[in-house]
Design a protein around this ligand. Structure first.
Ligand code: LLP
Length: 444
């Protein structure tokens, strides 16, 4: 069965009686007028639909822990939706822990990841009651054990391992290959276990964790990842007589940014994962482990679009036509970072004939600030509302104030209602952390 990550547009997208694009029952042109642009628009039905697909696809596996990788899009409202849908949260910084906690999220259902967690972050994780910590390296094991000791706690940990699996995705978003900065090399696991067993008595090792990369289109890599994890579990059992009952296989399922992308469905990936677990449990005579998955992009990516207003345009004589919009690499750095491609439409003219090759440029002082290069669109007029699909994941979460451009607002749409979930930043907020030291204050 097809799932929403295999479509370019949010599930509620249609053209309404005004001839405009509508999502979640809301006219995108009206949203642009009401909230101004750039604007992130999130379709609640698509987010919830995807979480339901995950639950349905894994329903044959009872020991399931679905965690939303909040790095893809983290706000208090999304924490609420995830909680309602029965998802936990994968957190990877003090900021994400703080956000989840301030949203009132059940912290026992959170997991803390990262390759350089600080003393303060680990301390905070324990104080706030984060459920599980995925330990990445020797330094962290020692640090965490000390903190746990000082708080008189025994902490549930997973060991993050590097499974040595390469997936075919952009080099910057591969993580499971052997020389990755994340996790213990397979040859270091035994030393880590010796330490936990003999010295780090405030750590309770419950399982192994791996994550192979992001925007993955293949099933086989998950099968192979599980193979590596089970080989280690079996080896650890034989060598140390320690039984690990939990595995975390990370996130990574891809979405469809353009017609060239062919992501697999959530059902297909669930089948591969559960089949691989079944085969390996039989092979090694091991009980089915608790299974964590941490999808991020596939949960919120398709649900989100970004609206811009068309501004200046430039026809280079005998060259490109540029159409500038009122945002750019500060609200979406993915095109300049990863050469990411997007599907674009004119929200107030979705039925126009694409008869012009145009390059959509951002407003930042940088030639590389191009959001979409040489795409076919109907002729754009100044003031048009330009819609970029599939910006829900790693858009807002990677946004910046480059050129002191304000971070956009985000709205959640559903059944004709739109609610602000992130306010547009103000100039006052932009400057609120700035301090002029006294010795520079003569002028004032
Ligand atoms: N778990 C771990 C340990 C991760 O590092 C990540 C993503 C995920 C889960 C979620 O992966 P997802 O399901 O979203 O693929 N900024 C890049 C993506 C970086 C992904 C980092 N880790 C981009 O915009 O493409």
């Amino acid at each position: 069965m097809k799932t929403a990550n295999q479509d370019i547009k949010p599930i509620t997208t249609k053209i309404n009686s005004n001839g405009n694009i509508e999502i979640g029952g809301c006219d995108l042109v009206e949203l642009a007028n009401k909230y101004s642009t750039p604007l992130y628009v999130f379709d609640e039905a698509t987010i919830r639909g995807i979480t339901k697909s995950y639950k349905e696809a894994f329903k044959s596996y009872p020991k399931m822990n679905m965690m939303f990788a909040s790095k893809a899009f983290m706000t208090k409202a999304i924490c609420r939706i995830m909680e309602e849908e029965g998802f936990g949260l994968d957190l990877c910084s003090g900021g994400e822990i703080y956000t989840a906690h301030s949203a009132g999220f059940n912290m026992a259902k959170t997991l803390f990841n990262g390759n350089n967690k600080s003393f303060d972050e680990l301390n905070m994780a324990l104080e706030y009651g984060v459920g599980t910590i995925s330990c990445d390296n020797f330094f962290e094991l020692a640090l965490l054990n000390n903190i746990a000791q000082s708080q008189n706690k025994k902490v549930r940990i997973l060991l993050r391992i590097t499974p040595g699996i390469e997936c075919h995705t952009h080099e910057y978003i591969q993580t499971g290959h052997l020389d990755s900065k994340f996790g213990f090399d397979l040859t270091q696991i035994d030393e880590a276990i010796e330490l936990i067993k003999d010295e780090y008595l405030n750590l309770n090792l419950v399982g192994l964790h791996a994550h192979i990369g992001s925007q993955i289109f293949e099933k086989q890599v998950y099968y192979d990842e599980i193979d590596v994890i089970f080989n280690e579990i079996k080896r650890i059992k034989d060598k140390f007589n320690i039984e690990l009952h939990e595995i975390n296989i990370g996130g990574g399922l891809g979405i469809k940014y353009t017609e060239d992308d062919k992501p697999i469905s959530i059902y297909e990936i669930a089948e591969t994962i559960t089949e691989s677990i079944e085969v390996h449990c039989k092979k090694y005579n091991i009980d089915e482990p608790v299974l964590f998955i941490e999808p991020g992009r596939s949960i919120v990516g398709t649900a989100g679009v970004t609206l811009y207003t068309a501004g200046s345009s430039k026809q280079v004589p005998n060259g490109r036509k540029y159409q500038a919009v009122d945002g750019g690499m500060s609200d979406n750095p993915r095109p300049s970072l990863y050469q990411a491609k997007y599907t674009v439409e004119i929200a107030n003219n979705p039925n126009g004939t694409p008869n012009e090759t145009v390059t959509i440029a951002g407003k930042h002082c940088e030639s590389g600030d191009i959001l979409a290069k040489d795409i076919m669109l109907p002729e754009i007029e100044e003031g048009d509302t330009i819609c970029f699909y599939n910006t829900g994941a790693y858009g807002y979460s990677m946004s910046s104030n480059y050129n002191r451009v304000l971070k956009p607002a985000a709205v959640l749409v559903n059944n004709g209602k739109s609610d602000i979930i992130i306010n547009r930043q103000t100039y006052e907020q932009l400057c609120e952390s700035d301090i002029i030291p006294d010795r520079l204050s003569n002028k004032c």
